[in-house]
Design a protein around this ligand. Structure first.
Ligand SMILES: NC(=O)c1ccc[n+]([C@@H]2O[C@H](COP(=O)([O-])OP(=O)(O)OC[C@H]3O[C@@H](n4cnc5c(N)ncnc54)[C@H](O)[C@@H]3O)[C@@H](O)[C@H]2O)c1
Length: 259
């Protein structure tokens, strides 16, 4: 166990499973205190229970801005400050561009883009007032850079929005000592990926295993990322070794795309 984040207080959204869970556990194993939040309270509780450092959990729907504000307020009440915000919660479903409905668009953008933007704004307000040189990481996706295998175009647009808001936030929050970066996972072994693969297989009338090994989805490293691959990049970016890195959108994708 490293102590590089000892004394730091972090919030992770969507941390009940998948990538968010791995991030919460990795931050904690590097010494951070973690407020574990998720739409699904039970899963947030389960992640929090795995953390041996200081941790609390709460139910938060990031699309509900009252709940997002309450998440920041709860962090301050329980832990007196906020150093690190990880905007991880995100949703998608596999669907062709012609099938995207207004309901799909609104859900995806209210969780992925709106939730990320305002959590970032509310967190930055606290960091500026408390003169904390904080860190914000937004989990985007290589979908936001136009990867051809993305689950749907509305999702790609929401992740592109996250990359753009990360750049602007880094520029405008840099003078306060706050760094803002995005991490762009490629295909990563989680429930979200399983659901997408199953939907693609169903639409093509083939087995999920065939979709997984199709050449167009295979990365140069020959494997999907693990949630822990994403988490270790996040921990690096919020740590002292990345103190001059901001405004970046860094791929962790086994080389699926090169920009
Ligand atoms: N798995 C991949 O291949 C992949 C690739 C690129 C980007 N991502 C991104 O990584 C992030 C995590 O994805 P994952 O694969 O771990 O997904 P997942 O579905 O396995 O887990 C997502 C978690 O977010 C929670 N959540 C959903 N809606 C929420 C809301 N409104 N408010 C709060 N929490 C909510 C869910 O309850 C769940 O615990 C997402 O932003 C996703 O877009 C994933």
């Amino acid at each position: 166990m490293s102590t590089q984040l000892k004394g730091k207080v972090a919030i992770v959204t969507g941390a009940g499973q998948g990538i968010g869970k791995a991030i919460a556990l990795d931050l904690a194993s590097n010494g951070a205190t973690v407020l574990v939040t998720d739409l699904d309270y039970k899963s947030a509780q389960q992640t929090s229970a795995l953390i041996s450092t200081n941790s609390e959990c709460m139910q938060v729907d990031v699309a509900n801005l009252d709940q997002v504000q309450k998440m920041i307020d709860t962090c301050l009440q329980k832990f007196s400050k906020l150093d690190i915000l990880i905007n991880n919660a995100g949703v998608t479903r596999f669907i062709d561009i012609m099938g995207v409905t207004v309901e799909d668009w609104d859900l995806i953008h209210s969780v992925n883009a709106k939730g990320t933007f305002f959590a970032m704004q509310f967190a930055a307000k606290q960091m500026i007032e408390a003169k904390i040189s904080g860190n914000i990481i937004n989990i985007a996706s290589i979908a936001g850079k136009g990867w051809h295998g993305s689950s749907n175009a509305a999702y790609a647009a929401s992740k592109g929005a996250i990359i753009a808001m990360t750049t602007l936030a880094a520029q405008q929050l840099g003078p306060y000592g706050i760094r803002v970066n995005a991490v762009c996972p490629g295909t990563t072994q989680t429930g979200l990926l399983d659901r997408i693969i199953d939907s693609i297989a169903e639409s093509q009338g083939v087995k999920s295993s065939e979709v997984r090994k199709s050449p167009s989805r295979t990365s140069p490293t020959g494997r999907d990322s693990t949630p822990e691959d994403i988490a270790s990049m996040v921990t690096f970016l919020v740590g002292p070794g990345a103190s001059n890195i901001t405004g970046q959108a860094i791929n962790v994708d086994g080389g699926l795309i090169s920009h």
